[in-house]
Design a protein around this ligand. Structure first.
Ligand SMILES: Nc1nc2c(ncn2[C@@H]2O[C@H](COP(=O)(O)OP(=O)(O)OP(=O)(O)O)[C@@H](O)[C@H]2O)c(=O)[nH]1
Ligand SMILES: [Mg+2]
Length: 208
C-alpha cells in the first residue's frame, strides 16, 4: 500500500520596526498585490502557503508581527516557535536598519544557532530617499552570519527570490538546484485575515 509522507511544515516569523514593509512583503508574495495605505498590523497575523519545489511540497506558516512597541511582549513566543526569522528594515530609514541588530540578538537569544535568519532591506524603489546602501546591508549580514537580500514590495522586486532563498535553506532542501527552483509554483492560499492571535492559542484553530 502506498504511503503518503507528511507535509513538511515550517514556521517563519517576520520581525522589524514599524512600517518597514513586513505585511507588504507577505501580501506581495501571497496575492501579488500592494497597497500604499499604511494599515499597522495589530498583534500578530497568520497566513499559510503551500509551495511546490521539484518533487517536494512544503507548507510555510507565516507569522506577521506588529512593529509597534505596544505589541512587543507578544513576539518572543513566536520567535521561539519558528525555524526562520525574516528581519526587515526600510532602506530609506537608517534607524530601522540599526534596530535590526536588536531583532537579530533577540532571535539568537531565543533560538541560538538553530534558526535561519534573513536580513531584508525593503523599499529599494525609494531611490532618492535611500539611507542604507546595499553594501552596508550585505556587510552587516556577513558580520552577523545571516542571509541578506534587498526587496521592494511596491515594485515586486526580489519577493519570490526571497522566499526561494528561504525554501532552499530549509532543512532537507539542500539538494535543490538554483535553476530548478524557478519551477516553484505557488498554489495554495489561506489567511486568517487581520486577526489578533493569542500566543497561548496560536495555531490552535489552524488545520494547517
Ligand atoms: N515605497 C515603498 N513603500 C512600501 C514598500 N513596502 C511597504 N511600503 C509602504 O510602507 C508602509 C508600511 O508598510 P507595512 O507593510 O504595513 O509595514 P509593516 O512593517 O507591516 O508595519 P507594522 O505592521 O506596523 O509593523 C505602507 O504605507 C506601505 O505601502 C516598498 O517596497 N516601497
Ligand atoms: Mg504589518
Amino acid at each position: 500500500m502506498a504511503t503518503v509522507s507528511p507535509l513538511a511544515k515550517y514556521k517563519l516569523v517576520f520581525l522589524g520596526d514599524q512600517s518597514v514593509g513586513k505585511t507588504s512583503i507577505i501580501t506581495r508574495f501571497m496575492y501579488d498585490k500592494f497597497d500604499t495605505t499604511y494599515q499597522a498590523t495589530i498583534g500578530i497575523d497568520f497566513l499559510s502557503k503551500t509551495m511546490y519545489l521539484e518533487d517536494r511540497t512544503v507548507r510555510l506558516q507565516l507569522w506577521d508581527t506588529a512593529g509597534q512597541e505596544r505589541f512587543r511582549s507578544l513576539i518572543p513566543s513566536y520567535i521561539r516557535d519558528s525555524s526562520v526569522a525574516v528581519i526587515a528594515y526600510d532602506v530609506a530609514n537608517r534607524q530601522s536598519f540599526l534596530n535590526t541588530s536588536k531583532w537579530i540578538e533577540e532571535v539568537r537569544t531565543e533560538r541560538g544557532t538553530d534558526v535561519i535568519i534573513v536580513l531584508v532591506g525593503n523599499k529599494t524603489d525609494l531611490v532618492d530617499k535611500r539611507q542604507v546602501s546595499i553594501e552596508e546591508g550585505d556587510s552587516k549580514a556577513r558580520e552577523l552570519g545571516v542571509m541578506f537580500i534587498e526587496t521592494s514590495a511596491k515594485a515586486g522586486f526580489n519577493i519570490k527570490p526571497l522566499f526561494r532563498k528561504i525554501a532552499a535553506a530549509l532543512p532537507g532542501m539542500g539538494s535543490l538546484s538554483s535553476t530548478k527552483q524557478d519551477d516553484m509554483v505557488d498554489v495554495n492560499l489561506k489567511s486568517s485575515g487581520n486577526s489578533y492571535q493569542n500566543p497561548d492559542q496560536k495555531g490552535g484553530g489552524c488545520a494547517c
